[in-house]
Design a protein around this ligand. Structure first.
Ligand SMILES: [Zn+2]
Length: 197
């Protein structure tokens, strides 16, 4: 874990993060509380790491004819607040004060439209594999900065808030690693009761 404490600035940007601004955001609803972290995974093409395609997707500059796996992405207008790459580099696309478009149709403990009240963090990866220690270190640092700034009390997988559509970040994500370092966070209660691990 990095010894250097991170912080979110007055405009909602993480100090020290690489900034790649996405146009894919809008205002959160008036008086929305920012109280949930949503963990995702993404790689483009799936299983290939280190390229620019995720950044291009989130900035609407991806050439969707450049790879067969990109064909279905053309109409998408999506983003996340953060992307944590395999080497731990943290990229921020949208101010945490704004609504990034990461969760889609979703519900957290009965509250719909999770984009309204959550911060979305993408881990570069696939939901059938594990993530790197550098990614956990970065995630723990970002989470600490977020919980210091916002009333975030819970963390959920994208697959838990959109269970019929999504499977990320997948079983390879080690929840305990995050929760051990983020004692104020709890897992969401699954619709069936009890957090899955
Ligand atoms: Zn996702």
């Amino acid at each position: 874990m990095s010894a250097k404490a991170q912080a979110i600035d007055g405009e909602g940007w993480l100090l020290g993060a690489r900034r790649v601004q996405s146009p894919n955001f809008d205002d959160r609803p008036l008086h929305a509380s920012i109280d949930l972290l949503v963990v995702h995974s993404i790689s483009l093409p799936p299983g290939e790491f280190g390229g620019n395609a995720i950044l291009e997707l989130f900035t609407n500059t991806l050439d969707c004819s450049s790879h067969p796996a990109f064909e279905d992405l053309a109409p998408l207008r999506v983003s996340a607040h953060f992307l944590i790459r395999r080497d731990g580099e943290t990229v921020q696309f949208v101010s945490c004060l704004k609504r990034a478009w990461h969760a889609g149709v979703s519900a957290f403990e009965g509250r719909e439209r999770c984009n309204d009240f959550s911060v979305g963090i993408e881990l570069e990866g696939i939901d059938s594999d594990i993530f790197t220690n550098a990614q956990y270190d970065a995630l723990i640092g970002v989470s600490a900065a977020l919980t210091a700034r916002f009333p975030i009390f819970a963390v959920a997988a994208h697959s838990e808030i959109a269970p019929s559509r999504k499977t990320d970040p997948g079983p390879g994500f080690d929840w305990q690693k995050l929760l051990d370092s983020a004692p104020t966070l709890r897992r969401m209660r699954s619709p069936l009761g009890g957090a899955k691990s």
